[in-house]
Design a protein around this ligand. Structure first.
Ligand SMILES: C[S@@+](CC[C@H](N)C(=O)[O-])C[C@H]1O[C@@H](n2cnc3c(N)ncnc32)[C@H](O)[C@@H]1O
Length: 207
């Protein structure tokens, strides 16, 4: 698939969970129907992300290291580092200490949410500080480009209110649960600007 700049794009999705991959397949098929993605450019692999082989230009790990201790996070990050091409980048997120301290209900819900097929399957969380996030990356030889959080990532100011405050109902509709799309209520903009969000969004580069 050629993107607007003429680059070939190949997206490889790795997950050890069948349901997660199926959800991804359904989501992407809707995007393909709308000609926003080309089906040939997307592959799904029911495998650990430690099993992929590069070279890769951009790795995205959203919600993956939140649930694993630093020791295992380093194993995963080193694997990604090894597969990236030179100057390749990684986007990696982690829950942070702000969630633990400011939103115990939020963190409780995530840690006990369960899944439709297994009410006891929950997501453990690590609440990393910015310094720990940085150390994790540099100890795996990455150069840290920036560490944002989910209230200050680039472009947030340009987002329309219906995107920033609205609900993307596609995932729940795909899973057969109608959703009214009631808006999320985020803190007022002036409050958001004073504080950090509950997840780090780190950008790192292979030198
Ligand atoms: C909190 S979910 C995040 C899912 C998705 N990235 C998102 O943001 O909606 C964590 C996912 O990581 C997957 N996972 C955990 N360890 C993994 C590994 N070693 N390789 C691939 N996927 C893994 C789990 O199966 C689960 O689907």
């Amino acid at each position: 698939m050629q993107n607007g700049n003429g680059y070939e794009i190949q997206v490889d999705n790795y997950d050890i969970n069948t349901e997660a991959l199926n959800l991804g397949r359904h989501l992407c098929s809707q995007l393909c129907d709308k000609k926003l993605l080309h089906p040939d450019s997307i592959q799904y692999h029911e495998k650990s992300l430690t099993k992929f082989s590069g070279p890769i230009h951009l790795a995205v790990m959203v919600g993956i290291i939140c649930g694993v201790e630093d020791q295992l996070a380093r194993v995963l990050l080193k694997k990604v580092f090894g597969q990236l091409e030179s100057k390749g980048r990684l986007l990696v997120t982690s829950s942070n200490e702000r969630m633990r301290c400011d939103s115990p209900l939020n963190s409780f819900i995530i840690q006990h949410i369960g899944t439709p097929t297994d009410p006891h399957q929950s997501w453990g969380l690590n609440f990393r500080t910015r310094a720990i996030m940085e150390k994790l990356l540099t100890s795996c030889s990455f150069k840290v480009v920036a560490i944002y959080d989910d209230w200050n990532y680039p472009g947030i100011e340009e987002l329309d209110d219906d995107i920033l405050y609205g609900v993307d109902t596609l995932p729940s509709r795909i899973m057969g649960h109608p959703h009214s799309g009631r808006p999320r209520i985020l803190p007022y903009e002036e409050i958001r600007k004073q504080r950090e969000g509950y997840n780090w969004i780190a950008i790192a580069e292979k030198p």
